[in-house]
Design a protein. Structure first.
Length: 94
C-alpha cells in the first residue's frame, strides 16, 4: 500500500533502522537518529542494488512519486552506468 504524508510525518525513530515501503522498489529508510532517506531498490544482472535518492522532507513524497512516474530514475541509472559509475548504496543523486 502506498505511503501517505501523514504516515511519514508520524514515523518515529526506533532502536534499529527500518523501512516504510511505498512500492515499485521505493521506500523511506528511517534511522535511529531520526533521519529519513528515500531509497530505491533495483536489480542489474540479477544483483540487488540500492540507490539513495534524497532526504525527506527535502525530497517530498510527491516529488519521489514524480521521479518514479516519469521514469527519471531510469535515466539517472543509465547515465551513471554509461559514465562508469556504478550506483551504490551511498550514491545520492539529489
Amino acid at each position: 500500500m502506498p505511503l501517505n504524508d501523514r504516515q511519514i510525518k508520524h514515523s518515529k525513530p526506533k532502536d534499529k533502522p527500518y523501512k516504510l515501503t511505498d512500492g515499485n522498489g521505493l521506500y523511506l529508510h528511517i534511522t535511529p537518529a531520526g533521519g529519513k532517506l528515500w531509497k530505491l531498490d533495483y536489480a542489474i544482472d540479477g544483483k540487488r542494488k540500492t540507490l539513495s535518492i534524497g532526504k525527506y522532507p527535502h525530497l517530498s513524497l510527491v516529488y519521489a512519486h514524480l521521479l518514479l512516474s516519469t521514469q527519471s530514475y531510469i535515466k539517472i541509472l543509465v547515465f551513471l552506468l554509461i559514465y562508469g559509475r556504478k550506483p551504490l548504496k551511498s550514491t545520492n543523486i539529489l
